[in-house]
Write a protein that binds this ligand. Structure first.
Ligand SMILES: Nc1ncnc2c1ncn2[C@@H]1O[C@H](COP(=O)(O)OP(=O)(O)OP(=O)(O)O)[C@@H](O)[C@H]1O
Length: 988
């Protein structure tokens, strides 16, 4: 075979060797194939491997040089860094050189830390690519197989299908495809490319027989020979496109940045306000400025933003471990506020393992569930053969092979095999004269297949109600006869009864063309005058873990709507099996949805019921997503087809399937499920909530230390020289950038607080920093810490013999006592922050429910804090830098209870809170949901009253709320029950 020929040595010599396709991909196909040393059968596997080592992997190398120097430099120009720099300049100007140097050190340290954290966050997102290797279908050695896109080489034969991403430049060999070139040319309308066109002139990108890397196939099927890979592709040549895009800032990061800036402004304000205060209390200008700087430094939340970014990145990693790969950091926070999930059914709620259990023909029903009965009517055989002919899927070849294609079709091929009607896929494809692929909008698929020489038979399969529109005959025992309205009624009855069992039902039909007649060129001509062969019903078991996930979603106040292309009854049966619709379920078909006005749709979605949108189109998904978002919901929406891409983009979280979805859907989505499983969506919501909670925890933690840091300065300033300064600026820096950093990071890794999934979703508009958090940080934890710390300071001073007004400066008798007292203040704050770290680990629950020692990162962080503290207190060289002194055991003992007091006080506060307020729980059925125009209108009952009654309001409650007599209210309740029963019948 041509593909196994060796390449000339000069081509094999270097990595940057000219690729064999580079001469001209537009030369005549036979010449191109010869030059490429390949054939329509593709390369042999060994030759492909060899070419891979010669030409290198099919990846785009990054251009644009190193970015880290610029990113590092950016850390120094952040507003907070500039503010600190200003403080350093001021300090230097007033002669406080040591302080100026210390602040500079802080700036450098902070920038390095932030840089490292951001790099790590970026790497976390980038590493996700490894979870989602791009795959491509290639023909190698004549056999179609899935290969990693990076392993494609020039000469490979690609199979391009609807939804696939084109991952190499290629020349079409056969077939035609619609291609979205927007990534390459900006052209937003898909263009048609076909092997039948030959454009030897004009710009390369316009050539109608060529395909290019980075574009996607939006329709059709074709085979193409790869002419260039990696950096030799057109995309590779366009250097600008291969540069890494900037990491987008998440709304949360943006919010935190804003808050940090606001606090910085307040810090400056407090600092400036201190100057007249300091001067008035008799301080020198130098000292006043030094203290003002101290206040500023104490208040600026330096480490906040990078810590948030890192927490989000660790959320991304946690999600990936659970099978949900997100593409941006912001998805983590959005997931946490998800209020509505719109899921499709097949493969997400179900296993996507279909098996035909029943076949219906006009001769009767044939049960094929467990085993094939001894005598299967001829009509069933005919139907199975026709259905299998109308497929493109390929069953597993051999025991180790993997089936490819639509599971519905694989089930039909399996049925044919069970009935002895199977034909090898190659033969099926050889006989095919034309094909109209499955179109999710019309829910039909048709093939034209040769039979017995030149006779052609059209085979159509699809949704029964769609197919019946185009059928006018039926195959009965005696042969083809006209389809009567009684037949139609029976078919619909059968579809209903099969669907109610949760089975997916397809109708199969055929039309024989006259001998010698060529297949119709258009779909509409092909799909008419069909002769119905019968119905196939297939079972697709619900995934076992979904029921629990739905229960969890309901507890968490999340509504789950099913948006499916399948029959409403089938979907409702499956949905009911997994617990969807616990508060009432409604089936809305595609036609009903189309007839619905926007306000009607809004009302339907606001009712609190879960809706099955059946026989829905991709456009319907978009409409539903829009309506839900307009009502203020955070919406997660799943999708897998090319047509789902707009809805995936429009939803807050577009979710694509990693296994069964198309590349186009995966690209449009924010999150990709590597296991296609609904339960993973809920697990991701849980991880999102946990990450968001953790961010709030360390915000409280970081904010708390501001109070015990600021108050000592105020006490000093207001005391008019009677009380020496209890805490130095250097000591503040040692807390903010030393002892507090690791525990704050560790809080980002905290496990979920019990009841996390029993709360309602966070409103979209809610800010990350809530007044109640500030009250807890500043008004409770901060105040207690301050009282303890100041108590420790005065106790140490007075134990050493100090009285207000006594001099404590260098050289005085009380100087050591004073240094020990400031050290106690400092160590006191460190100790209180340890207590705070334990306290903020839960917001409502007692820490016992989480396990006191369960966060190992925090234990490590505290160990680091304590070591750092010990160094500052007991290493003499550090004494002069930080103004600390070695403490006596008694002084140490003063500080020892602090963490327990802070933590204990907060435990008490939470216990009281739990006793007096019930924790927020997910809402019960909303009794105030607006009412749909009810059938009640003609009975004279107020629609809202009926709705309330249907939501469980008793006659007495109704009579009180609406001011009607109890007798009238009882009538409304009875009426509501009747409607409920009718709905129940409509939606089992
Ligand atoms: N390959 C196919 N050929 C012909 N008809 C099909 C094919 N696959 C599905 N159908 C018909 O079209 C209907 C809708 O299928 P579609 O794949 O759009 O949705 P689905 O997979 O059932 O639902 P979901 O959107 O929940 O995954 C099916 O109920 C079936 O009747």
């Amino acid at each position: 075979m041509a593909g196994t020929e060796q390449l000339p040595p000069q081509q094999a010599s270097t990595d940057s060797a000219e690729q064999p396709g580079s001469p001209d991909p537009r030369e005549p196909l036979s010449v191109l194939l010869r030059d490429m040393r390949t054939s329509p059968q593709g390369l042999a596997a060994r030759e492909a491997a060899r070419r891979l080592t010669v030409y290198g992997p099919n990846t785009l190398a990054r251009r644009g040089g190193r970015r880290w120097p610029r990113e590092l430099a950016q850390q120094f120009t952040q507003p907070l860094a500039l503010l600190l720099a200003l403080a350093a300049v001021l300090a230097a100007a007033t002669g406080a050189l040591a302080l100026a140097l210390a602040i500079l050190a802080v700036i450098v340290l902070n920038a390095l830390l932030a840089f490292a954290q951001e790099q790590q966050a970026e790497r976390a997102v980038e590493a996700l690519a490894a979870f989602l290797p791009d795959r491509a279908a290639a023909v190698r050695g004549g056999v179609r197989q899935e290969v990693e896109a990076t392993a494609l080489v020039p000469g490979d034969v690609l199979v391009v299908e609807e939804g696939s991403r084109i991952c190499a430049d290629a020349r079409l060999l056969s077939g035609g495809v619609e291609v979205d070139l927007s990534a390459l040319t900006g052209e937003s309308v898909p263009v048609f490319r076909s092997a039948d066109f030959v454009d030897s002139s004009g710009p390369l990108l316009q050539a109608r027989e060529l395909l290019f890397t980075g574009t996607t196939c939006t329709g059709g099927q074709a085979r193409a020979v790869v002419t260039a890979t990696g950096m030799h592709t057109e995309l590779g040549r366009i250097a600008a496109l291969s540069q890494r895009t900037q990491r987008e800032e998440s709304p949360l990061e943006h919010q935190v940045k804003r808050v940090a800036r606001l606090i910085a402004v307040i810090a400056v304000g407090v600092g400036v306000a201190f100057v007249p205060l300091g001067l008035a209390s008799g301080l020198s200008l130098t000292a006043t400025v030094a203290f003002a700087i101290g206040l500023l430094v104490a208040n600026v939340p330096e480490g906040l933003l990078p810590t948030v970014t890192l927490a989000l990145a660790s959320g991304v990693r946690a999600l990936a471990r659970r099978g949900a790969v997100v593409k941006r950091l912001s998805a983590v926070e959005t997931l946490g506020s998800t209020r509505v999930v719109c899921t499709d059914k097949t493969g997400t709620l179900t296993e996507n393992r279909m098996r035909v259990t029943t076949v219906w023909t006009p001769g009767g029903e044939c049960d094929l569930g467990d085993a094939v009965p001894a005598a299967v009517p001829e009509q069933v055989h005919l139907l199975a053969a026709a259905a299998a002919a109308c497929t493109t899927a390929t069953p597993a070849a051999g025991p180790d092979g993997h089936p490819t294609g639509d599971p519905t079709e694989l089930a039909l091929i399996d049925l044919a095999a069970r009935l002895g009607e199977q034909r090898p896929p190659e033969e099926r494809d050889r006989q095919r004269r034309a094909m109209f692929r499955f179109d999710p909008r019309i829910k039909l698929m048709t093939t034209a297949d040769a039979e017995n020489g030149d006779a052609v038979v059209l085979h159509t399969k699809g949704a029964p109600e769609e197919l019946l529109v185009h059928a006018d005959a039926v195959l009965d025992r005696g042969g083809e006869r006209p389809l009567t309205s009684a037949d139609r009624a029976e078919v619909f009855r059968t579809v209903g009864s099969l669907a109610q069992r949760g089975l997916r039902v397809l109708a199969v039909a055929r039309r024989r063309l006259a001998p010698g007649q060529s297949p119709p060129g258009g779909r509409e001509d092909a799909e008419q005058h069909l002769c119905l062969l019968g119905l196939v019903a297939m079972a697709d078991p619900a995934r076992p873990e979904v029921a629990h996930a739905i229960e969890l979603a309901h507890r968490a106040g999340i509504t789950v709507h099913v948006v499916t292309g399948d029959n409403g009854l089938t979907a409702a049966a499956i949905a009911a099996r997994v617990g969807i619709g616990h508060r009432g379920m409604r089936i809305v078909t595609g036609t009903e949805l189309e007839a619905m006005s926007e306000p009607e749709l809004d009302i339907l979605l606001a009712r609190g019921e879960e809706v099955i949108f059946a026989r829905s189109s991709p456009e319907a998904k978009l409409r539903i997503a829009d309506a839900l978002r307009a009502a203020g919901n955070t919406v997660a929406m799943t999708g897998d087809g090319v047509n789902d891409a707009p809805a995936l983009r429009r939803a807050d979280i577009g979710i694509a399937m990693g296994r069964s979805g198309t590349d186009v859907a995966r690209e449009a989505a924010t999150m990709v499920l590597t296991d296609d499983n609904f339960a993973t969506i809920i697990a991701a919501v849980e991880a999102g909530r946990r990450t968001y909670d953790n961010i709030r925890k360390f915000i409280v933690y970081i904010f708390t230390h501001a109070v015990p840091e600021v108050v000592p300065f105020l006490v000093f300033a207001l005391a008019g020289g009677m009380i020496p300064l209890p805490l130095t600026v250097m000591q503040i820096l040692a807390i903010d950038l030393g002892t507090d950093t690791l525990p704050a990071l560790a809080l980002g890794r905290e496990r979920a607080e019990p009841g996390l999934m029993d709360r309602p979703p966070r409103p979209r508009s809610e800010g990350v920093i809530q007044p109640v958090m500030l009250a807890r940080a500043w008004g409770f934890l901060g105040l207690i810490s301050t009282a303890l710390v100041m108590g420790g300071y005065f106790l140490t001073l007075s134990r050493g013999g100090w009285h207000p007004g006594d001099p404590t400066g260098a050289g005085t008798a009380l100087h050591l006592t004073y240094q020990q007292a400031t050290t106690v203040t400092w160590l006191g704050i460190v100790a209180c922050q340890i207590g705070t770290a334990f306290a903020v680990r839960t917001e409502h629950a007692s820490l016992r429910s989480l396990g006191v020692f369960s966060n190992h990162y925090l234990l490590g962080g505290i160990a680091f804090s304590l070591t750092f503290a010990a160094a500052l207190i007991y290493l003499p060289p550090l004494h002069s830098v930080f103004g600390t002194a070695a403490l006596t055991p008694l002084q140490l003992a003063t500080v020892l209870p602090f963490p327990f007091v802070v933590w204990g006080a907060d435990e008490l506060r939470r216990a009281l809170l739990r006793r007096h307020t019930s924790p927020p729980t997910a809402p019960r059925p909303a009794p105030t949901a607006p009412a749909l125009p009810e059938p009640a209108a003609d009975t004279g009952h107020h629609p809202l009253a009926v709705l309330l009654a249907r939501h469980g309001w008793s006659a007495r409650q109704l009579s009180r709320a609406l001011g009607v007599s109890e007798h009238a209210a009882a009538g409304i309740v009875a009426h509501a029950r009747r409607i409920g029963a009718e709905h129940g019948r409509r939606a089992p």
